[in-house]
Design a binder for this molecule. Structure first.
Ligand SMILES: Nc1ncnc2c1ncn2[C@@H]1O[C@H](COP(=O)(O)OP(=O)(O)OP(=O)(O)O)[C@@H](O)[C@H]1O
Ligand SMILES: [K+]
Length: 312
């Protein structure tokens, strides 16, 4: 894991992040003054979609937000990134998913996540989006909506021959076994791999061991990201773990690196399907390495025009 405190947790939130910085955390019943307040965009699905779109992918976001100002801004942000919001539903039955966070000067935090509208994405919504899912080159799924909805979307995609990129985050220990068999590519970070396999993962060797356990559960390809050490991969075709290192960069804020990586990998799977898996992962490493050199999540994601031509 490459980040801690506020940043580590910001990645596990849904759609909007509401953050106050204070010198210390308040006690029960206490009111204190903070010195900074900001509202950010998330969660993982949107971040990954934004990264893929900035590389040039034609992308659509299938999700549900509230019929509130957070939901409206969320949709506006997707539009600004040239992402289709035709299937970004708004509901009156719940608020847009949020994470309210208080962080003190030591980086300690208190976080309340309200999944809200995320959990209302249902079968009917997916049916309406069926034609865009079945015509996609790649569909990415995470665990920020109900597992049943994710499984249904993955099943729809696979039955239409669409490649699936599944990011089991935030991780749950007793993941439904169908998530493995429905994943063309199963991509997680060290802590997620640890939760899913029960094996400690902290370097390429231990990642290789965990990746093999995940592969045996039925995915075609497993990728475990290792922060500054790049990633490890193996596949049914080549079941021997391969370490794909990345270039050393001066990291200023690793928040959102995992989502940048997943978004980039989806882009290569969709638009450069004839590249070797190793080459796709090398390039995804390079793009995520750009993201760690700037602060924030989506604000740190590079655009195609700012990247070396060799990546395209
Ligand atoms: N310090 C770093 N230097 C270069 N590349 C990095 C660094 N940290 C992360 N990366 C790139 O980002 C990818 C994903 O990082 P990581 O494994 O930390 O994901 P993560 O834990 O999901 O990240 P986060 O939760 O911070 O978004 C790595 O595989 C690597 O390509
Ligand atoms: K960043």
């Amino acid at each position: 894991m490459s980040s801690s405190g506020l940043h580590g947790h910001c990645m596990h939130i849904r759609h909007r992040l509401i953050c106050s910085l204070t010198s210390r955390l308040p006690k029960t019943g206490e009111t204190i003054h903070g010195h900074k307040f900001f509202i950010g965009f998330g969660g993982k699905g949107a971040n990954q979609c934004v990264q893929a779109a900035r590389l040039g992918a034609k992308a659509a976001m299938v999700c549900k937000v509230g019929n509130d100002s957070f939901g409206n801004n969320y949709i506006e942000n997707l539009k600004q990134n040239h992402i289709s919001t035709e299937f970004t539903y708004q509901t009156r039955d719940a608020a847009t998913g949020t994470a309210s966070i208080i962080v003190n000067n030591e980086g300690q935090n208190i976080i309340v996540i309200v999944a809200g509208a995320n959990l209302l994405l249902n079968t009917e919504d997916l049916k309406k989006a069926a034609h865009v899912i079945s015509r996609a080159k790649v569909m990415i799924c995470q665990l920020e909506i109900s597992p049943a909805a994710s499984l249904e979307a993955l099943t729809m995609a696979r039955s239409s021959g669409v490649k699936t990129l599944f990011n089991p985050a935030p991780a749950i220990a007793d993941l439904d076994p169908r998530f493995y068999t429905l994943s063309t590519v199963f991509c997680c970070n060290e802590s997620e791999a640890e939760i899913l396999t029960g094996h400690a993962v902290n370097d390429p060797t231990t990642a290789g061991t965990a990746a093999l356990v995940l592969l045996e559960r039925g995915c075609q390809v497993v990728v475990i990201t290792l922060g500054a050490s790049g990633c490890v991969t193996l596949s049914q075709a080549e079941p021997v773990p391969k370490h794909i290192p990345t270039e050393a960069v001066k990291a200023v804020d690793t928040t959102g690196a995992g989502d940048s990586f997943v978004g980039a990998l989806a882009f290569y799977l969709a638009y450069y399907p004839s590249l070797s898996l190793e080459e796709m992962l090398k390039r995804s490493n390079s793009i995520a390495a750009v993201s760690v050199q700037a602060t924030g999540t989506q604000s740190s994601y590079p655009y195609k025009k700012d990247l070396p031509l060799a990546l395209f």
